[in-house]
Design a protein around this ligand. Structure first.
Ligand code: APR
Length: 249
């Protein structure tokens, strides 16, 4: 058999084989190998002199709605050109192998669904959905008048991306479901997240409290590393397919 690029501890493979309920938390790192910059990567091109923290907030939108709308339009374009990578595909395959499987993502790029994942909790919304800034309700279609941002067909308010901005609350149902999936699973994987932003960052620790085996996949250490049962140091686009190969073996 070809030498595996990453050696996966055999007791992790055993734990995966025996898992009744696996819960996964992903961050922007899992989309890095699809060419989607992570949240804390330096912004590229014409957006290089902006920080996400200065654009992804209600205050930024009130101050300059056109700039914020255009930043998301640029990211939507970039995501539309991106393709799910081997890491996304491996998680969609894992979902088929575990009796109960919950995928929680902080990402707004929709790549998990495009890879075939079904039970996805989008903690921070989805960049491909639009909502009215005034009504806070999703808008499916609007008049293309050329105005940027476009206007809500119901109330005339400005439209915005349906994503969670800094200083905004998470959708109640999603964080509740995510916390329950973290507390009640027997295996928790934290993949491609710096663990910098709460409440998402608390989920692996809730899993530990619930007695779960916790696995971290990240090329660099994070605040979770010291507490994780297994810390696999490398890119998820390589480690997850290797895990699936050894699971099938
Ligand atoms: N495979 C796995 N992990 C990777 C890879 C890779 N190929 N490349 C980078 N990473 C890791 C980085 O080491 C980092 O720890 O992904 C993590 C990305 O961290 P952030 O950029 O902070 O993104 P994320 O953790 O998703 O941010 C969480 O913060 O800014 C808010 O709402 C935003 O959803 C975002 C949240």
């Amino acid at each position: 058999m070809a030498e595996a690029a990453f050696s996966i501890p055999s007791n992790l493979i055993q734990a995966l084989r025996g898992a009744r309920h696996a819960t996964v938390l992903t961050g922007s790192g899992i989309s890095a190998e699809s060419g989607v910059p992570t949240f804390r990567d330096a912004q590229t091109g014409l957006w290089s002199n902006f920080r996400p923290e200065d654009l992804a907030t209600p205050e930024a939108f009130r101050r300059d709605p056109k700039l914020v709308w255009e930043w998301y339009a640029w990211r939507r374009e970039l995501v539309a050109r991106a393709r799910p990578n081997e890491g996304h595909l491996a998680l969609a395959e894992l979902e088929q192998r575990v009796p109960k499987f919950t995928l929680i993502t902080q990402n707004v790029d929709g790549l998990h669904q495009r890879a075939g994942s079904r039970n996805v909790i989008e903690l921070h919304g989805n960049i491909n959905r639009v909502k009215c800034f005034e009504e806070d309700a999703v808008v499916e279609s609007w008049n293309q008048t050329g105005e940027v941002p476009p206007r809500c067909p119901r109330c005339g308010g400005r439209l915005r991306p349906d994503v969670v901005w800094f200083n905004e609350p998470l959708p109640e149902d999603s964080i509740g479901k995510a916390a329950s999936a973290a507390r009640n699973c027997d295996l928790f994987l934290s993949i491609g997240t710096s663990g910098a932003v709460y409440p998402a960052a608390s989920l692996p620790f809730e899993a530990l409290e619930g007695g779960a085996t916790v696995v971290e996949i990240n090329p660099v250490p994070t605040p979770l590393t010291a507490r994780a049962t297994f810390a696999l140091r490398g890119p998820s686009g390589e480690i997850l397919p290797e895990i699936m190969r050894q699971l099938a073996g």
